[in-house]
Design a binder for this molecule. Structure first.
Ligand code: SF4
Length: 346
C-alpha cells in the first residue's frame, strides 16, 4: 500500500515556493531563503536554516518534507562511466549515467520511469511506461550525485522522452539556470527529443538550452518502422519547425542518428539526410548501435559509419561519430532499463 508522505519542497521553483509559503501565512521572502538553502547551500534540514524565524521553520516542518533520495546502487564501467540507480515511487526505479571525460563530466538524466514511445531499438521503450518523474525527482539525480561538484554538462537523454514530461523538464531547467538555483548557463544543458512538436516549441520558446533531435531515418515509412512517433509527428515537420525557429548563435541543435546495418546506412539515406537538413546550422551525431535483447536490428560496422560520415561531410555537413560509453554496464545510449528490477519487486 502506498503511503502518502508530506509534499517534498525539493524541486520547487521560486514562484512555486512563494505560493507555498504564502499559503502558510509566511512572508514571501521565505521562498528565496528556502531556495538559497536547498539549491545553493544544498541543505535539506529545515531546522538548520538559521536565517528563517523559529516560527517559519516549525510551520514548514509541520507542513512539508524536504529530502533527497540517495542512489541504492552504482555500477562502474571499465571506461569510468557510472550508472546510478535511484528509487522513485515504491518499487519503481530510474537510472542516471555519469560520464567523466578529459575536460568535462556529463550526467545523463532520466525524465520518466520507462517510456511509452516504443522505439524499436531502445531498452527503455521495451520496458513500457510506469510514470512521469517530478521536477524534484529529475533534479535529485544531480544533487544527490557524489560527483555533483564535478559536473560540467547535463543531457536529458536517460530513460523516457523528456518532452513527454515537458512541464517537469522546463521547471528543472529553471532551477538549474536561475540565479536563485544552480545558476548554470543553459549552454551546459541539452534536451533530447524524438520530435514531439508542440512540446518542442514550448521548450524552444521558454529556454535557451540546446536541442538534440533523434532522427534515425530521413524516410517517412522507414522511420515509422523503427519509431512509431513518426505517424504523429513526421520528421519533415519536426525539421521545418526547427528551420523556421531563430536559434541564435549560442544555441545548438544536433540530430542524433543511430546506425543500423542495412536499414539506414546506405548512400540513399545519406543523400536524403543532406536534402532534409539543407540550410539548418546543425551537427549530426552518428551513434553506434548497442545490441539489446529481442530486436532484429544490428549495428553498422565502424568503417561503414566512417564512410557515411565522409559522404555527409563532403556535402558540407558537420558530422561526428559519438564515442560509446558505458556499454559493458548497459549505460550506453538506448540501454537504460529498470524493467528487471520492477519484475523482481512485484
Ligand atoms: Fe522512449 Fe527515447 Fe527509448 Fe524512444 S528512444 S523508446 S523516446 S526512451
Amino acid at each position: 500500500m502506498e503511503t502518502h508522505l508530506p509534499k517534498n519542497l525539493f524541486g520547487l521553483t521560486l514562484p512555486q515556493l512563494k505560493a507555498e509559503v504564502l499559503a502558510l501565512g509566511l512572508p514571501a521572502f521565505t521562498a528565496s531563503q528556502l531556495a538559497d538553502w536547498m539549491y545553493k547551500k544544498r541543505v535539506t534540514d529545515i531546522g538548520s536554516m538559521t536565517n528563517l524565524s523559529k516560527q517559519a521553520r516549525e510551520k514548514l516542518q509541520q507542513a512539508y518534507s524536504l529530502h533527497l533520495v540517495p542512489s541504492v546502487s552504482v555500477q562502474t564501467s571499465t571506461d569510468g562511466t557510472k550508472k546510478y540507480l535511484y528509487p522513485t515511487r515504491p518499487q519503481k526505479f530510474i537510472e542516471a549515467a555519469y560520464i567523466p571525460d578529459k575536460d568535462r563530466a556529463t550526467l545523463c538524466v532520466s525524465t520518466q520511469i520507462g517510456c511509452k514511445m516504443g522505439c524499436l531499438f531502445c531498452m527503455t521503450g521495451k520496458q513500457g511506461f510506469q510514470g512521469n518523474l517530478t521536477t524534484g525527482e529529475i533534479l535529485n539525480q544531480m544533487q544527490s550525485l557524489p560527483e555533483f561538484d564535478k559536473l560540467t554538462n547535463i543531457v536529458y537523454m536517460g530513460m523516457g522522452e523528456p518532452l513527454d514530461n515537458v512541464q517537469a523538464v522546463m521547471d528543472s531547467i529553471e532551477v538549474m539556470t536561475s540565479p536563485w538555483g544552480y545558476d548554470w548557463s543553459p549552454k551546459r544543458i541539452t534536451v533530447s527529443t524524438i520530435g514531439i512538436i508542440p512540446a518542442m516549441m514550448t521548450f524552444l520558446e521558454n529556454s535557451k538550452a540546446h536541442l538534440a533531435v533523434s532522427l534515425h531515418s530521413p524516410f517517412d515509412d522507414e522511420r515509422r518502422d523503427i519509431m512509431p512517433i513518426q505517424s504523429v509527428y513526421p520528421i519533415t515537420e519536426v525539421v521545418s519547425n526547427i528551420r523556421r525557429w531563430e536559434l541564435g548563435s549560442q544555441r545548438r541543435v544536433s540530430f542524433e542518428y543511430i546506425m543500423f546495418k542495412g536499414v539506414n546506412d546506405t548512400p540513399r539515406h545519406a543523400n536524403e539526410l543532406v536534402r532534409l537538413l539543407n540550410g539548418i546550422k546543425c551537427r549530426i551525431n552518428l551513434i553506434r548501435f548497442h545490441p539489446i535483447p529481442d530486436t532484429p536490428l544490428e549495428g553498422t560496422a565502424l568503417e561503414d559509419i566512417v564512410d557515411f560520415q565522409n559522404r555527409l561531410k563532403a556535402k558540407g555537413l558537420t558530422v561526428t561519430i559519438r564515442a560509446s560509453r558505458g556499454e559493458d554496464i548497459f549505460a550506453a545510449c538506448g540501454m537504460l532499463s529498470t524493467k528487471e528490477l520492477i519484475k523482481k519487486q512485484t
